[in-house]
Each structure stands twice: as C-alpha cells, then as structure tokens.
Design a protein around this ligand. Structure first.
Ligand code: CTP
Length: 400
C-alpha cells in the first residue's frame, strides 16, 4: 500500500452490527497518512458511540443536519467538498436504497449526494437482504454511476445465518480505498471501444440462437476505462445490466450487425477490447412466420457461418492501434487462446476456462490469463472489476 499525505477521507458509518469494524478501518487509513472525518447515521450511534469516532479521528463527528457543531457553516457541503474519497462502511440496505434513488434525508445521505469525490461503499447485512432483488438492483444502479462497491464476503453472520452479507475484511477495504485514491487517469486522451454481451440470431419471428454471455466482463472494462479517463464506446448485445454513465452506447443484435457497427467505429479508436460473444453461425434462412411443430418428425435447421469480427478488424489494424480479444474455452485453454491471438492479429488475448468454478458466465468473478506475443500472466480468482483493471494495465504496458 502506498500512502498519500493529507488526503481527506469522509467515512460514513451506518447502523449495522459491523459498525464497530469502522473504528479499525479508520485506524488503518490513518496509518496510511489519511485524515478521516466521520459522519454517522442516528442508527449507527446505537451501535457505536460518536465519542469513540470523535476520539479516534480527532474531529467532531457529524450526525444530523440540524445539529451544528462548531466549525462548519453549511456542514454537509463543507464535508462533501473536503473529501478526496467518500467511504460508507458498513453500508446498510437502507443507505444503498437511498443513494440509488436520490433520497437525502439525513446528514450522511445529504453529504454523499453533495460530494464530487469518488464514492466507495462496503455493504454488510443479512443474506436475505443482500440477495433481495431491490438491493441487487440498487447496487447495479450505483455501480453504473461509478460508485465502487466492495462486495460483502460470505461467512457466519451476527444474525445467526451463514451466507453472503458479511462486511469484507477492513484491510481489503482499506486497500481498495487506496487503489481508488492512487488511480491515475492514465487513459486520458485515448479512445477505447469495448464490445460486450451475446448476439441473437433469429430463427423465426419469436425464436433465436444466443449464448450465456452476461456482458459483465465487458461492462466492467468499459466502466474502468471510463474512470481512468478514456473516451469509451460500448458496443453491447442484449444484456440485463446498466451501462456505465458517460460512455457512448451502441447496441447490436446479430454478429453481422456487430461487424458493421465495429467497422463504423474502429478507425477512431486507439484500443479495442472485444469481450462480446458473437454467434459463429446463423440460420441460413429466417422463417418469415413462426415455425410449427412437425407432428413427431425431426426438425433440421441449416446454419451458415458468420463473419469473424475480430479477424476482420485485425486484418485492418494500424500500427498505432492495440486490439484485445477474449478466448472462452472449455479445454486446452492456452493452446486455443494462442492460436486465436495469431489468427485474429490481436495484441493480447484474455483466456479463461469457463468450466472453472468462479469463472465464466453469470458470476461476478473470473480467473484469466493475459497472453501477448511475448508474455503470459496468470491472475488468481478476482472480481471482474479487478480483472478489468489488470487488462487495462496490461494494455498500457504494451503501448509503452
Ligand atoms: N469473435 C468474433 N467474431 C466471431 C467469433 C468470435 O469477433 N464470429 C471474437 C470474440 O469477441 C473474442 C474472440 O473472437 O474476442 C474469440 O472468441 P471465441 O468464441 O472464443 O473464438 P472463435 O473464433 O469463435 O473460435 P471457436 O468458437 O472455434 O473456439
């Protein structure tokens, strides 16, 4: 961990049993040279006395907009401006819901709404509350707005249940906080096109061929690239996740459509990252009407090969451009990935074994190997957000 002097962290503490862990986090951040100011919700004060945070931080603790302790005139605005990073640890379902829906009705929710600093939350709650679709939707909304989410760990919870919802280790939260503070805007001035998600190849007006790509890896890359200062164009197939704010979104449906839209945008890009999962085949003929059952007889659908988007783009790659592809494999991962690197004229290929636990479709994590012509780096099990940062780091060192 590297330190940064006089950096100001505003630490919001909400009312959960994990509130006491925020004391330890405050200490860890101070050891890194941070100045920490604490804002507590009223419920948080039921778990830990404000005096504890006041003594540890050396600053008055802000609790409510109507109490006006000492120094700040319009207290929440002053705190919001002072923050280099706004942390909420632990974050309850309630504060997450308020942030996602623009509700500002106490000191903490008004302050976080007013801040222009990066915001990071570390949720902690009962498993059922964490898994509730409302919470998950709110988390997706916040992530799409650029809020950093330190996902809760799985373990034994204070309520007696076991499952996801336990506050992540405070040392991990501190590390992630420092990462965000130290993150350079090292992609400023670069244009990056990211492709994400599946294609849909119609069979008839109601049916199509598709695949299990969720788009999450590509969306994580688009979000990270945008945060690091790039101008991002996100070509997206039909997915169920929110695109990050501030990126140009171009939807596609079929592989041919992806090819045409990629070709329309490729010339202005410095970097393209192709995490989309285009169908290799499409129906030779799309039935104009809904196909009917055949009274027991087999149905044969003839498929024809689609263009290879990455190979087509790779053939026209300029020397100043960097092209990255993915290889989702189920066997002989590295061998297949190396073959695709060469065949598609890529500079880097991100290989993963989609059968490995924690990798592949519909999960927030991935296990990948970054392969270039000269190098190979195998990464451990990481969140897709962390994998995205590694891919971008790899691209930057390739372009040096
Ligand atoms: N890709 C592409 N066009 C296709 C198929 C794949 O541009 N028609 C791209 C993907 O976006 C990915 C890379 O090529 O970046 C590898 O995709 P993958 O499906 O693993 O490879 P394929 O070339 O389709 O090889 P195969 O299905 O035989 O493994």
């Amino acid at each position: 961990m590297s330190s940064k002097k006089n950096t100001c962290i505003v630490l919001g503490v909400t009312g959960g049993i994990a509130a006491y862990k925020a004391c330890e986090l405050l200490r860890l951040l101070q050891k890194q040279g941070m100045d920490v100011y604490v804002v507590m919700t009223k419920h948080a004060c039921q778990f830990v006395a404000p005096l504890t945070f006041e003594t540890l931080s050396g600053h008055p603790v802000a609790v409510d907009t109507f109490e006006r302790p000492a120094t700040w005139e319009v207290e929440h605005i002053a705190l919001a401006k002072r923050a280099d990073l706004f942390l909420i640890v632990p974050a309850t379902a309630n504060i997450i819901g308020k942030m996602a829906n623009g509700i500002a009705d106490d000191m903490l929710s008004t302050t976080v709404m007013a801040t222009k600093a990066p915001v990071m939350i570390a949720p902690a709650m009962n498993t059922g509350m964490w898994q509730n679709p409302a919470t998950q939707q709110n988390i997706r909304t916040l992530e799409a707005r650029g809020v950093h989410v330190v996902a809760p760990a799985t373990g034994h919870l204070a309520c007696g249940d076991s499952g996801a919802g336990k506050l992540e280790d405070v040392s991990v939260i501190a590390e992630r906080a420092l990462d965000v503070l130290n993150r350079k805007r090292d992609l400023e001035g670069l244009s990056i096109m990211v492709t994400a998600g599946p294609t849909r190849e119609a069979l008839d007006p109601v049916r199509y061929i598709s695949n299990r790509s969720s788009g999450r890896m590509g969306y994580a890359i688009a979000r990270a690239a945008q945060r690091r200062g790039a101008k991002v164009t996100l070509l997206t197939g039909p997915v169920a996740i929110e695109p990050p704010q501030g990126v140009q979104v171009v939807p596609f449906l079929t592989t041919q459509d992806l090819l045409e839209k990629s070709l329309a945008h490729v010339a202005e890009q410095d970097i393209i990252i192709q995490s989309a999962a285009p169908a290799d085949y499409r129906a030779k003929e799309i039935a104009p009407q809904k196909m009917k059952k055949r009274g027991g007889a087999d149905m044969v659908i003839e498929l024809v090969e689609n263009p290879d988007v990455a190979a087509t783009l790779g053939a026209g790659k300029r020397a100043d451009q960097t092209f990255v592809g993915f290889a989702a494999e189920t066997n002989d991962v590295l061998e297949h990935a190396r073959g695709k690197l060469a065949k598609k004229n890529l500079d880097m290929i991100v290989a993963n074994d989609v059968t490995a636990p924690g990798a592949g479709f519909d999960v927030n994590t991935n296990i990948v190997t970054l392969i270039t012509k000269e190098n190979m780096v195998s990464l451990p099990l990481l969140t897709k957000d962390a994998v995205a940062e590694h891919i971008l780091d790899g691209i930057i060192s390739l372009r040096k």
